[in-house]
Design a protein around this ligand. Structure first.
Ligand SMILES: [Zn+2]
Length: 432
């Protein structure tokens, strides 16, 4: 199956698929019922237990719309889950396998299995450029629309692991130029429609590389502004889906471009605040239940425009630290499964609010490390599942927020390396 490639440049097939897949022959334990909360250290937490139990009951009856990986519960501690692509019982990694993860990310655009990539990369003739695309892999095409996001996830993880040069910088920039449309927005891949989600990823990559000069910034500003609605919200693209994620995308994007003046920020703040719930969290739209990923979007957007006075830091901080389960992992809503990516959505908001110490750091670090693929590299959503670049970034970024040694610091608002945010003069300008 051949696809057109603009300018002879290869598409960057980094995304591995957002859905949950189990590693080969890996056994995942059956659901074991509700996980008891409050097993963790209670020190420094406010005494709002009464509120949390009410929250739990009401939210558990709301409609489900998130991915199926959230819908059942497995309280199995990481140490009881088989590990490795052959399903064999191996000792769980006690450290971050950075070298393996770097090789994993570099391998994602090849037909070479990740397990064999390290050998290939050690050969003198290896140039560091992805030799072949895995066009024969159905997953490669199914994730085509996420390719620009995938480059951002991979590049950011690599930079945090001190390996930003593992990707070909010029090749990435040329690829992004080819993904920009005449209206200024970026598609998720060559010849894909523009969308705010991909536009933000493209800008994040270009700012990380300090190469905004490679694109027409004024067109991007015009594109983002064109998506703002009279109530202050943003639609993701011309087709009109609206939710708080796109408010974050627009504000983050315009902030990175130093063009917040081009949109109506006060109206956007009004919309974001309308998404806030009585439990202190944020939903995708006004009236939607609180969800940790939406909390990141709400808190991040308000932090960028220095409007965190709309957040009840203690109330929201409590809701966020309640997301930690007995095995150390974090979930996105009450009674849902733990998932490595919530190490980012929850921790980033706690970090912005100055309350990371409200969760048990050691247990969360242990959970993230247990979700590593010790053979082929990468981090999965939870132990025993297939690794993907999305969870690899958010596992590494979560570890960075927890102060894990050897990693660069990540900025909790922009989800980019802190040194980049400091370089562009946007570091920690908000007040809690
Ligand atoms: Zn996840």
């Amino acid at each position: 199956m051949d696809r057109p490639q603009a300018g002879g440049h290869k598409p960057h097939g980094i995304a591995r698929g957002p859905w949950r897949r189990q590693r080969q022959t890996t056994h995942v334990p059956p659901p074991t019922g509700q996980i008891p909360l409050y097993q963790l250290e209670q020190r420094n937490r406010p005494d709002v237990t009464q509120l949390s139990s009410v929250t739990l009951v009401i939210l558990s009856h709301r409609s489900l719309w998130m991915d199926r990986s959230e819908r059942t519960s497995s309280a199995k501690p990481p140490s009881q889950v088989k590990n490795g692509t052959n399903g064999t019982m191996t000792s769980l990694p006690a450290t971050l396998l950075s070298d393996l993860h770097v090789q994993y990310i570099k391998s994602l655009d090849t037909i070479v299995p990740p397990s064999e990539f390290a050998l290939l990369a050690s050969r003198p003739e290896f140039t560091g450029i992805w030799p072949l695309q895995k066009k024969d892999d159905l997953e490669y095409w199914l994730t085509e629309h996420l390719r620009v996001n995938g480059v951002y996830w991979g590049l950011t993880a690599l930079d945090l692991m001190n390996n930003i040069d593992a990707l070909e910088r010029d090749q990435v920039i040329k690829y992004l130029q080819d993904c920009q449309h005449e209206n200024g927005g970026f598609g998720g891949h060559l010849n894909h429609d523009p969308h705010l989600l991909y536009t933000l990823s493209a800008i994040q990559i270009l700012v990380t590389y300090d190469r905004l000069d490679a694109i027409d910034v004024d067109k991007v500003v015009s594109y983002v502004r064109s998506l703002q609605l009279p109530d202050g919200s943003f639609s993701g693209d011309e087709w009109g889906e609206i939710d708080i994620r796109f408010c974050y995308c627009a504000i983050s994007c315009m902030s990175l471009l130093k063009r917040l003046d081009a949109i109506d920020v006060p109206r956007t703040v009004e919309f974001v605040v309308r998404c806030k719930n009585y439990d202190g969290g944020f939903g995708s739209q006004p009236g939607s239940e609180s969800h940790a990923a939406m909390v990141f979007c709400g808190v991040g957007a308000l932090a960028i425009v220095n409007a965190l006075h709309h957040v009840d830091a203690d109330l929201l901080g409590w809701w966020l630290c309640e997301r930690q389960l007995g095995n150390g992992g974090l979930n996105g809503r009450p009674q849902k499964l733990e998932d490595v990516c919530y190490s980012w959505w929850v921790l980033s908001a706690l970090s912005i609010l100055g309350r990371v110490h409200w969760i048990n750091k050691e247990k969360l670090i242990s959970f993230i490390l247990s979700a590593q693929d010790t053979e082929a590299g990468g981090i999965a959503d939870r132990p025993g599942d297939m690794a993907d670049v999305f969870h690899t970034l958010f596992g590494v970024a979560g570890l960075s927020l927890l102060g894990y040694p050897g990693l660069k610091s990540v900025d909790p608002v922009y989800c980019m390396p802190k040194h980049v945010i400091q370089r562009v003069g946007l570091a920690e300008r908000y007040r809690v």
